[in-house]
Design a protein around this ligand. Structure first.
Ligand code: NAD
Ligand code: UDP
Length: 345
């Protein structure tokens, strides 16, 4: 458990233990103002670390990290990860989450998305090399493209299109994995790579464009709920707290191979829309929109490696995670909490 691991240093906040890594570290989180990054920063600060958040705020929001503004262990550097990165002093760990993750957002400026994935990764790998820091890469299930097999394991090499609207993201993330592999083998940089499957929860932007936030915001606002295609394509949805736990365990592990992190529960988009409708009691219409080019037909993670190597598995079922997410969006949008949504702490 990462928390137990870190607690070994209690009483000596910046003392050394184990393999000589400080108990309380200086951690750089690139993309820390985003949805996943801000939840990760909450955990890192709660565990006593110093956190430097580097973000260009393109899809992230200051509101996501506002709670830490007065924390002297927290620093925000507003910059693009593609620009040269200079950090004074020690950096023990780097988490690279800097990249838009929503298809409409990453397709708006595909050249910059590719630059972010590749040049950004290289800049952070150079920083890791210079500082002797361990570095984590937020890779993605998109490296499997439109998979031809159900249950995608890390050994599956994918069915990917280099020449479509999703390629800037998919191929950028694939190239970044290659860079991580090569910095590890050529320069001895300690790497950790998570292939993250669809993750949802509080702090997604209402206009993010991904399916969970779209359906919830549309349902709460009474706006048409937009199902792409016939809604038979599947995704597996992981609640953000489960993902962050997996990321922390992976970073604290000795695993330098890619590891799938996701929830194997698989749902069609029609099923997801029905669950959100039931929970919100919405009267919004269901409408169908054309299926975007290269939209994957299915996605479901094989998490055997994460179970075995990290002792990790998701704990939050879709129903409970949606309750929490609906409560978050209802508060953000100033709507009453739907009576059919379970009240959650
Ligand atoms: P997000 O869009 O909410 O967060 C991305 C953050 O990176 C934002 O704060 C944004 O401002 C920042 N950013 C983007 N480009 C940048 C740049 N060039 N320089 C500096 N900062 C930049 O997305 P998220 O869902 O929090 O995803 C975080 C990471 O996890 C991404 O790398 C994404 O590819 C990966 N991932 C997420 C999911 C998911 O379902 N949430 C799935 C697979 C992979
Ligand atoms: N989708 C949908 N309605 C929306 C947004 C997305 O039906 O309003 C579909 C999308 O086409 C895809 C699935 O939901 O089939 C998941 O989309 P998302 O953008 O969340 O993630 P990704 O496609 O990257 O897995």
């Amino acid at each position: 458990m990462p928390d137990d691991f870190l607690n070994l240093g209690a009483g000596s906040p910046f003392g050394l233990f184990g393999r000589g890594r400080p108990a309380h570290k200086t951690v750089l989180v690139a993309g820390g103002a985003g949805f996943v990054g801000s939840h990760l920063i909450d955990r890192l600060l709660a565990n006593g670390h110093r956190v430097i958040c580097l973000d260009n705020l393109s899809t992230g929001r200051l509101a996501n990290i506002a709670a830490h503004a007065a924390n002297e262990r927290f620093t925000l550097i507003r910059q693009d990860v593609c620009d040269p990165i200079q950090i004074a002093g020690a950096v023990d760990e780097i988490f690279n989450l800097a990249c838009p993750a929503s298809p409409p957002k990453y397709q708006k400026d595909p050249v910059h998305t590719f630059r972010t994935s590749v040049i950004g990764a290289m800049n952070l790998l150079e920083l890791a090399r210079a500082k002797g820091a361990r570095i984590f890469q937020a890779s993605t299930s998109e490296v499997y493209g439109d998979p031809e097999v159900s249950l995608q394991s890390e050994n599956y090499r994918g069915n990917v299109n280099t020449f479509g609207p999703r390629a800037c993201y998919d191929e950028g993330k694939r190239a970044a994995e290659t860079l991580f592999h090569d910095y590890h083998h050529q320069h001895g940089v300690e790497i950790r790579i998570a292939r993250i499957f669809n993750t949802y929860g509080p702090r997604m932007c209402p206009d993010d464009g991904r399916v969970v936030s779209n359906f919830v915001v549309q349902a709460l606002s009474g706006r048409d709920m937009t199902i792409h295609g016939d809604g038979s394509q599947t995704r597996s949805f992981c609640y953000v707290d489960d993902l962050v736990e997996g990321i922390l365990r992976l970073m604290a592990s000795a695993v330098s191979e890619p590891v799938n992190l996701g929830n194997p529960g698989e749902f069609t988009m029609a099923e997801l829309a029905a669950i959100v409708r039931e929970k919100t009691g919405t009267t919004a219409r269901l409408v169908h929109r054309p299926l975007p080019t290269d939209d994957p037909r299915q996605r479901r993670p094989d998490i055997s490696r994460a179970r075995k190597a990290l002792g990790w598995a998701p704990l939050v079922a879709l129903s409970e995670g949606l309750d929490r997410t609906i409560a978050h969006f209802a508060a953000e949008l100033g709507r009453p909490l739907p009576s059919r949504t379970e009240k959650v702490a």
